[in-house]
Design a protein around this ligand. Structure first.
Ligand SMILES: Nc1ncnc2c1ncn2[C@@H]1O[C@H](COP(=O)(O)OP(=O)(O)OP(=O)(O)O)[C@@H](O)[C@H]1O
Length: 293
């Protein structure tokens, strides 16, 4: 294979976002729960969320949520069922546009890009912020065509360049060896774990900067789960990854930062090791110790 397709971003050190914040019910950072100042996000912040409120009709699913997702790190979203993890993930790449009752207020930015602005081109946004869902959802096409779908839409590549990109993506997603002799066979003939890794290959083929993963391993067996976790480990230097997981061991194994949500509010956000070993909030402690949820 020739040179890898260009990938965004050189890993940058985290500086001023280390440590943990316990967040009050209004989404402000204790002890001074003032509105977040409107200043540019530091360079090492990839996604900046301020005072985000999200609704389905009259129901408010997220309350004044503020969080900075660090660049080129793995951030885990944890919390009991219904606390709003997926809702937040689905606003980050505007998947909630597909839900007629969903609306949101507040600030959600990636660099200069105002994600919530009606003027934002969502197709281009979703190329920059890819998403992998809980249930693998390959297209009813060949393995090759699944991965080539996005590049054909967004890039002008020769046949050989496209072949290289498909191979590169499948290699990165740790599924190449299993599929290289059946690239033109239906993707739906793959096992669940292989389909999920194919979906990850499809997501990274278009060179996203951010990869959102909504419980990507919940339908997988232990060995496929390990393959996905190894993959996240390998990708973390080049991508900003956000993973929603109910698996506390997975969150503590795989992530650099962890955010704990409860009833639509961000309760605590900090270094994963600290959140799991020395949580600052009693609610976080109860949750990570398995006392509820
Ligand atoms: N399309 C929708 N229409 C109406 N309410 C919704 C919709 N999607 C989610 N909700 C509600 O919003 C709240 C947050 O749901 P969300 O799926 O974000 O939670 P979650 O933390 O991801 O849960 P889980 O861990 O079970 O996936 C829940 O009360 C849920 O019932």
């Amino acid at each position: 294979m020739s040179a890898e397709p260009s990938l965004p971003g050189v890993p940058r050190p985290l500086s001023d976002i280390a440590g943990s914040d316990v967040v009050d019910g209004d989404g402000g950072t204790s002890p001074t729960a003032k509105p977040a100042p409107v200043s540019p996000a530091p360079e090492d912040v990839r996604i900046e969320i301020r005072d985000l409120n999200a609704y389905y009709g009259d129901f408010q699913a997220l309350h004044s949520l503020s969080i900075q997702i660090p660049r080129n790190k793995v951030t885990a979203f944890i919390g009991p069922s219904g606390c709003g993890k997926s809702t937040l993930l689905r606003w980050i790449n505007r998947m909630n546009d597909l839900v007629p009752t969903a609306h949101a207020t507040g600030t959600l930015r990636m660099g200069d890009l105002d994600i919530l602005s009606p003027a934002t081109d969502v197709v281009s946004l979703r190329r920059q912020i890819g998403i992998v869902f809980q249930k693998p959802n390959p297209f009813s096409k060949s393995i090759y065509d699944n991965v080539a779908f996005g590049p054909r839409l967004h890039m002008r590549l020769s046949k050989s360049e496209l072949d290289e990109l498909v191979q590169w993506s499948l290699e990165k997603a740790a599924v190449w060896e299993e599929v290289k002799d059946r690239l033109h066979k239906p993707a739906l003939g793959l096992s669940g774990g292989q389909q999920q890794r194919l979906c990850i290959a499809r997501a990274i083929a278009v060179g996203p900067e951010v990869l959102l993963m909504d419980e990507p391993c919940s339908a997988l067996d232990p060995s496929s789960t390990l393959a996905i976790e190894d993959l996240m480990d390998e990708l973390r230097d080049q991508y900003t990854i956000v993973i929603v997981t109910h698996n506390m061991q997975q969150a503590s194994r795989c992530s650099d930062k962890t955010a704990f949500f409860f009833e639509g509010k961000l309760i605590e956000f900090g270094e994963t090791e600290q959140v799991f070993t020395l949580p600052k909030s009693r609610q976080t402690e109860d949750y990570v110790r398995g006392r509820f949820g």
